[in-house]
Design a protein around this ligand. Sequence first.
Ligand code: NCD
Ligand code: ZN
Length: 355
Amino acid sequence: MHKQQQTSAINSLRIRRPDDWHVHLRDDDMLQMVAHYTAHQFGRAIIMPNLAPPITTAAAAIEYRKRIMSALPANSRFKPLMTCYLTDNIDPKEVENGFKEEVFTACKLYPANATTNSAHGVSDVRTIYPVIEAMQRIGMPLLIHGEVTDCDVDIFDREAVFIERTLSVLVDDFPELKIIFEHITTKDAVNFVTESGTLIAATITPHHLRINRSDMFKGGIKPHLYCLPIAKREAHRTALRKAAISGSPKFFLGTDSAPHVIAAKETSCGCAGIFNAPYAIESYALTFDEENALDKLEGFASIHGPNFYGLPLNEDYILIERGENKVPEHIISGDINIIPFHNSEDISWVYKCAT
Ligand code: NCD
Ligand code: ZN
């Protein structure tokens, strides 16, 4: 991972409580284990629907939301924002009613087989044009995992090719649709979002701001740095950092925290996903500090997201202080053992609860 000189003299930062605009909380024991990390730092989070089976109905989302809240202390003020997983057969009425009834905040488009639990994803985006049409009409955001799944396309090119083949067509066909290009990893994506109209935004993860593709192989293969979209060349990481600290309302926080047990990562066919929730805001603070841009963290973490979604800003504040903060090597609960992002590093910033 790339450490840069810290230049800022700021030792403490009070910002509006942030939200996480992309997180995987999973289900069952894993949900019990991980939900509180996200709820501790963030006011709200966009909950990914890629369970097995995926969340495709409002009724399933209501049940899942209940399970999330039951995994948290009874007085938790955390608000999970539920999403609907788009399939080839999704019913536009289900999506529209779920949005109007304030069950669904957005829909998630996974190209079929692009990533973990995406086998039920969309085979060709034109198949779901009637749903997208309805979403555009009612102002419901579309969240996109932007990678082509064509095996002939090199894994490092899948995001750039997706922009060319799918996203640019979608934007032209639905000029009034709100789109969030999720967990962007390339300068191509930064440029596309920057040059598009105000209805196109992107989230950026903590890890894509810190690792490039060489880091996955430094001194041996590093399965815990493997995620999708895969980390790209250094020039892309630099472009992402520039976008995150730019102050542009088009770029905001989305951790893509995606926990997998150690046995599912360290195996001959390891899962994609990085678990960063326990130290998410500290990781972003470290990056913004290195860029001498701590003054831009609140916009990125707490303001641009709600403004884009048309939701109110959180009213409480958090404190982030400079100080030693050693990330454990493992995070263990019962039988579940996960290696978190930044494991065994001193992350140099400490998150403190509201003041
Ligand atoms: C995610 C997961 O594990 O659910 N994995 C990942 O690498 N980010 C799925 C996803 O968001 O692509
Ligand atoms: Zn994700």
